[in-house]
Design a protein around this ligand. Sequence first.
Ligand code: NAD
Ligand code: TYD
Length: 338
Amino acid sequence: MKLLVTGGCGFIGTNFVYLMSKRHPDWTIINLDKLTYAGNRLNMLPLEKKPEYHFVHGDICDPEIVSSTIEEFGVDAVVNFAAESHVDRSINDPSPFITTNIQGAQNMMECARRAGIERFVHVSTDEVYGTLEMDDPAFTEETPLAPNSPYSASKASADFFARAYFETYNFPVCITRCSNNYGPYQFPEKLIPLMFIKANAGEKLPVYGDGQNVRDWIYVDDHCTGVELTLLRGTPGKAYNFGGASELSNIDLVRRLLKQMGKDESLITYVKDRPGHDRRYAMNFELAEKELGFTPEYSFEEGLSKTLEWYKNNSQWLEKVRSGAYRDFMDKWYGERQ
Ligand code: NAD
Ligand code: TYD
């Protein structure tokens, strides 16, 4: 298999590329990434020496780079992770979300369709379904899309384009919709790595609103397995939900994190709520269990302790990302080699 992965220098993409190169050493993986603030090519240093891995610096919105990459490497299948992924940034400025998450996703499908690609996985999110009340049943794939943030609106638009590409052109696209991921290499603007950094530094931990918003947390490798199963076994035209069966309120999560780190709860501070803050996400992933054989492997306790251990052992990674020094380092490292 010659697999084109987009956004492979981001959080989930990095974990996916590592997992796939371990599970499928015979696959060739081509990683197309624009290297936005969230993309760190240094994550991939150990793989860059391998002939089965290739990096292409490019934008998913650019038809020339996408088409020439597909042609040059003889790509068989595509997994589209590349996106602007942070809700708070989308509230500050929705426009890059429209460009990458909608136009970029459509461009990826169009280039893949023209090249006759027979397998395309578009990575979406549970956030496209909107929000739940505490006693509502979990989202299924039949739940109508009702996005509430500019981020989720852009992701929902791409899902509609995927649906339209299947219905109109019989383009073999599957959609994955997963809940909140956590694990190694997550950019420290997201809840868990942000709270880890702040707790370590003895700084206040900012919990939005009343802290009662609920998310379903999944360890990143379980999401990657869901994407892998969709790639290998998914029915074209279908969407699949994935979740970790670990619903937690934000305040409960932050308390558990502090406990595991041996830090005091007095660090918690409640701050102004996020506008349009979705109250609860919960996933029904029976379809993926039945059709793909998916089950999340990690409990939240196991996943959290693996994650905190990774951040503890990779404080230099975290520091470089936090300070932005990874960008200078990346320019210097690759600048000298190209
Ligand atoms: P991330 O922000 O950590 O990484 C995004 C990656 O995409 C970066 O490497 C960035 O450089 C790259 N990128 C951005 N714009 C690009 C462009 N125009 N062209 C090429 N590359 C570009 O994101 P993540 O958390 O790894 O999320 C990956 C995907 O999974 C996204 O589609 C996101 O919507 C989806 N998702 C994320 C979560 C989560 O909890 N993080 C949950 C469900 C779904
Ligand atoms: P986040 O990691 O941004 O993911 P998402 O918004 O995609 O679910 O946030 C997870 C939850 O944590 C969300 O309910 C917002 C909340 N949150 C805080 O309370 N404080 C913070 O500093 C951040 C970044 C998030």
